[in-house]
Design a protein around this ligand. Structure first.
Ligand SMILES: NC(=[NH2+])NCCC[C@H](N)C(=O)O
Length: 301
């Protein structure tokens, strides 16, 4: 354990109804079985296993209803981790879990100020039910967090606008529809499309994004969608898109993120064990979490 770093607590977000392929409901459980806790521990992180929040598909008559029931429960779990002085590592789950995760973090830091967020994803996830062609809730969390969409998602804790557009940066987008892009442009959100990541490199993009989301906020977070990565490195995800961020670059760039005391939470979404090939994605994701959330200390002999 490294002195001065927060203790991590894993929160499982077992929801898959937000996606067309619901296999990522089992993502957190599969990664636990794969040994993600041990890997983080062995790399020097203080980490404990925490709650798993499970969606209830029988409790609603449509998918958005499932997410509306799930989001406040996940938010409460995440808020509780922060209240205990710990750092939430939320493992999804489809990306609709972001509504719960970041509502909980926003609520926890609200007395101190606003939330910043770096969203690393092949998609924009900024639809409202009016613009979405698929009606899939995992394509909607960013709109909801900024106050657009169904009240059941926007009004967790009874207030709206958990995330202000100027405190969000999206990195790696390469698959999206016109309606969500129009909303983001109207709101003035900074989007670093994959073409920009290819030109400038992920490192330069991430550094700029981090500086931006730390500005005028009380804390910031990272939401990492597995599909941001190139499918060659991480095939185990429900909506893969070619030509993504390469794993070796992501490992380098996210290294030791946890050392920033302003970082308040980390979310990993869209790992789908049913689509993984011989554990390649489980290994990639475990390496990513280890790089970001454990700080290797040079041990004296
Ligand atoms: N988090 C994700 N994987 N989102 C995929 C969204 C795909 C598409 N834009 C949709 O809204 O249906």
């Amino acid at each position: 354990m490294t002195i001065g770093l927060p203790a991590l607590e894993l929160v499982g977000a077992a929801i898959g109804e937000g996606a067309g392929d619901s296999g990522c409901k089992y993502g957190a459980q599969a990664l636990r079985e794969f040994g993600v806790l041990r890997a983080l521990h062995d790399a020097g992180a203080a980490i404990e296993d925490g709650a798993t929040v499970v969606s209830d598909p029988l409790g609603a008559d449509e998918r958005l209803g499932v997410v509306e029931d799930f989001s406040p429960r996940l938010a409460a779990a995440v808020e509780g981790v922060i209240a205990r002085g710990r750092f939430p590592l939320v493992i999804g789950g489809d990306h609709s879990c972001a509504v719960g995760t970041w509502s909980g973090v926003a609520q926890a830091i609200r007395p101190q100020g606003a939330l910043g967020l770096v969203w690393i994803d092949a998609h924009l996830d900024a639809h409202t039910p009016e613009t979405s062609e698929t009606q899939a809730p995992h394509g909607m969390p960013l709109a909801a967090l900024m106050g657009h969409g169904r009240p059941g998602l926007t009004d967790v804790y009874g207030w709206r606008g958990k995330l202000r557009p100027e405190h969000l940066v999206i990195i790696g987008a390469r698959s999206y529809e016109a309606g969500e892009r129009a909303l983001l442009e109207r709101l003035g959100v900074r989007v670093m499309y994959m073409t920009e990541v290819q030109e400038r490199g992920f490192a330069a993009c991430f550094q700029e994004a981090r500086a931006r989301v730390r500005q005028g906020t009380a804390g910031w977070g990272i939401s990492f969608d597995v599909d941001a990565l190139d499918p060659a490195d991480a095939p185990g995800t429900g909506t893969p898109v070619a030509a993504g961020i390469r794993l070796d670059e992501a490992l380098r760039v996210l290294e030791s993120c946890i050392a920033d005391p302003q970082l308040k939470a980390f979310e990993l979404a869209e790992y789908n064990p049913l689509r993984d090939l011989r554990g390649r994605t489980a290994r990639a994701v475990t390496a990513l979490l280890t790089s970001a959330l454990a700080v290797q200390t040079a041990m004296a002999a």
